[in-house]
Design a protein around this ligand. Structure first.
Ligand SMILES: [Zn+2]
Length: 336
């Protein structure tokens, strides 16, 4: 093995990682309540009449959807829960939006949330039959079919789609999955110069050691990019690692980038970084005998093989699902 790597020597003094959540789910600042949807989509084909007076008459069916709106006063979670979204779904939505905006930081008071709920679900009807207009039905009270965040001049929307097993996922309008995505590789590298290993005999120090990451050889100065959105938990110099950046990504992930020659300008502890943002440049700082990036991926603070670990990826709906999805998106967008 041609390169000596910091992590062989640091296993006994691994840095304790902070796994704090990015968004508080405990909050008292309840915001504006929702309203029963009026006539918004009565012209939609397949939609049932939505006139409250008509709905009150026994002959007319109840409205299919409820639209609720809330202004953000302090947190996304509080606003969502004021609309009747349960805590579990609120946490899921927080993850879902996490690749586009950081709900704990980016939302400002006055930003608007709106969500469409399936009345057959929110009224507690647990029928498992598919509803007649093709809208995912009935088995998940409090789980919105569509959510829109109006943040300043930008709008973010996600739409619920259930897989064949009935498991809920949120997608963007174009049918690609919403939510955090991970890049597999943080840089263009020439070769893997040392693989991840749980336990190996190190020929330099003549001891059994683990290698908590993977070494990706590349010329000095090659840009190193964050593999997912996150917050910088450490940026600076450590024995062995040299110049190192540690990022808390969406739970349960965190990542470490070591032996850098320098950091990207303006980054410091607490900085938020986006996926693919340049955070530093390949070097040989610390205990590295040749230029490479030592890259670690931790899941629940346990190092995993960065080349093999399961990572959240962007997925897209199949063509047959997409057609049905797009029809529903058109219907729900009109309501939001
Ligand atoms: Zn290494």
């Amino acid at each position: 093995m041609s390169s000596v790597c910091a992590a062989y020597l640091l296993t006994h003094q691994r840095v304790k990682r902070n796994d704090e959540a990015n968004v508080s789910l405990v909050s008292k600042d309840s915001t504006g309540a929702g309203a029963r949807v009026p006539n918004a989509a009565s012209a939609q084909p397949g939609a049932v009449p939505r006139d409250p007076a008509a709905a009150a008459q026994q002959a007319a069916p109840a409205p299919a959807f409820t639209v609720r709106k809330a202004a953000v006063k302090r947190t996304f979670a509080a606003a969502a829960q004021s609309m009747g979204v349960d805590a579990g779904t609120t946490a899921m939505l927080t993850r879902v939006f996490h690749d586009e905006l950081d709900l704990s930081r980016d939302l400002k008071p006055g930003d608007q949330l709106s969500a469409v709920f399936d009345n057959s679900a929110t009224d507690g009807n647990t029928s498992d039959t598919a509803s007649k207009d093709g809208v995912a039905s009935a088995d998940a009270a409090g789980e919105p079919l569509a959510v829109r965040i109006v943040h300043g001049a930008t709008t973010h929307e996600v739409f619920l789609h259930k897989d064949l097993q009935g498991k809920p996922f949120y997608y963007l309008k174009d049918g690609t999955s919403a939510g955090p995505a991970f890049e597999r590789y943080p840089l263009d590298f020439t070769r893997v110069s040392s693989e991840f290993s749980l336990r190996r005999f190190d020929p330099v120090v003549h001891r059994w050691q683990s290698h908590d990451g993977v070494d990706l050889a590349a010329p000095v100065g090659t840009p190193v990019r964050a593999t997912a959105r996150g917050v910088i938990r450490f940026i600076g110099h450590q024995t062995g690692y040299g110049k190192v950046v540690m990022i808390q990504n969406p739970p349960p992930y965190s990542t470490t980038f070591a032996h850098l020659s320098r950091f990207a300008k303006g980054l410091r502890h607490g900085s938020h970084v986006k996926r693919n943002q340049v955070i530093g440049y390949v070097g040989t700082t610390g205990w590295a005998t040749g230029p490479h990036l030592h890259y670690e991926v931790h899941v629940n603070n346990v190092p995993q093989d960065p080349l093999k670990v399961e990572l959240p990826q962007k997925t897209a709906l199949r063509a047959d699902e997409l057609q049905r999805f797009e029809a529903r998106v058109a219907q729900l967008t009109a309501l939001l």
